[in-house]
Design a protein around this ligand. Structure first.
Ligand code: PLP
Length: 375
């Protein structure tokens, strides 16, 4: 038996995406930069995919650039802000993904930016008055705040933040890696400079993603070499991956409401059962109610029996995430759990859901948890 509750880490590729990629791999093997018809076929597949993706965000195809995934897209946006737009002040939060934090910290270490962090309450809600105040003193800053937190599921009021940013002429980058494919983003109604996507988070292939760069931005590339992506990202394109990503997004948009309702139902049922069976459990951030329907972060008491909870669930065939890196057998707490100041005698486990999960899997998981949590 295998149960996969780690969909925030990566998702199972849709059958239809797999089929398409397999067929394309056989026939569409030309280099998109070649002039001959093999090359033109590959190029036209990329451009069709670009139009498909742009359309879902009400963006122009010229605003979409393909990358190797979310991390590269984030690095590209931040590098553009520092190197092309000469941004020197940045405001973010300690709850961002490492792709954002590490990249910003590296520019801070180089002495190129001054890095500031927004405060948040015990449920990880950011203080937007503080953002307003910071930007009124420091206009033309970069604001880097994620749309959907990959560990605690908190959702950013993206429109509200966009309005604050525009009022102060700040650049707004939102890490939308976890929300794309689950939440709709209409960029005609949200003024934003950069958003980023990663196909493997919405049932597409790994190693491919994209960045949306608002047409008003005049920036230089991060990766330099050939003239691919209109000189904005050198390197032969991952043609089949790009087509697979567009297909995965198409499938996500076909069943948006249905999937959201179904996955919300799973999460709500999980919450209900956890609350009923384990009275000493709680939830991290806003993951119990106001957070995204895809992620639930449960706080368990640490006892001798429950110490190895994630490993024991894995032995039972259930994959979840601790939101931590395991080094030489000792578990290091994630920076988000750390930033939220979780008690040392408690542990947080992240359960993240997809359309492929079932109620039955939740019942099995609860039974397994009971084995390790009952006194
Ligand atoms: N940002 C968030 C919120 C993520 O969850 C991830 C993936 O774990 C990334 C960025 C990085 O994306 P990728 O794996 O495509 O590099």
């Amino acid at each position: 038996m295998h149960i996969y509750f780690d969909n925030a880490a990566s998702t199972k590729v849709d059958e239809e995406v797999l089929k398409l990629m397999y067929e394309l791999q056989k026939t569409n093997f030309g280099n998109p930069s070649s002039i001959h018809h093999f090359g033109r076929n590959a190029k036209s597949l990329i451009e069709k995919s670009r139009r498909t993706i742009a359309n879902y965000f009400s963006a122009a195809p010229s605003e979409i650039f393909f990358t190797s995934g979310g991390t590269e897209a984030i690095n590209m946006a931040i590098s553009a802000c520092v190197n092309s737009l000469k941004i020197t002040k940045v405001i973010t939060s300690k709850l961002e993904h490492q792709a954002v934090l590490q990249c910003l910290e590296s520019y801070e270490k180089m002495g190129l930016i001054e890095l500031n962090y927004l405060n948040f309450d015990e449920k990880a809600n950011l203080n937007f008055d503080e953002l307003n105040e910071f930007l009124s003193k420091n206009p033309n800053s970069l604001v880097a705040l994620m749309h959907l937190n990959n560990e605690i599921s908190n959702l950013l009021p993206i429109k509200k933040v966009s309005k604050i940013c525009k009022k102060h002429k700040a650049i707004f980058l939102s890490d939308t890696v976890q929300s794309i494919g689950h939440y709709q983003l209409n960029l005609e109604t949200i003024e934003i400079d950069f958003i980023v996507g990663s196909a493997h988070k919405f049932h597409g292939p790994k190693g491919v993603g994209f960045i949306y760069v608002n047409n008003n931005m005049n920036i230089k590339p991060l990766i330099i070499g050939g003239a691919q992506e209109r000189n904005m990202r050198a390197g032969t394109e991952n043609v089949i991956g790009i087509a697979g990503m567009a297909k995965a997004l198409e499938i996500a948009y076909e069943d948006f409401e249905k999937n959201a309702k179904y996955i919300s139902g799973l999460k709500n049922y999980f919450v209900e059962r956890i609350k009923k069976e384990f009275l000493d459990c709680s939830f991290l951030g806003e993951s119990e109610e106001k957070g995204a329907f895809t992620i639930l972060n449960v706080v368990f008491p640490k006892t001798e029996k429950s110490e190895m909870l994630m490993i024991n669930l894995d032995i039972d065939g259930i994959a979840v995430s601790e939101g931590s890196a395991c080094t030489s057998g000792s578990s290091v707490r994630s920076h988000v759990v750390e930033a939220l100041g979780l008690d040392e005698n408690k542990q947080a486990l992240r359960f993240s859901f997809s359309k492929f999960n079932t109620m039955e899997e939740i019942d099995i998981c609860i039974d397994s948890l009971k084995k390790y949590l009952s006194a």
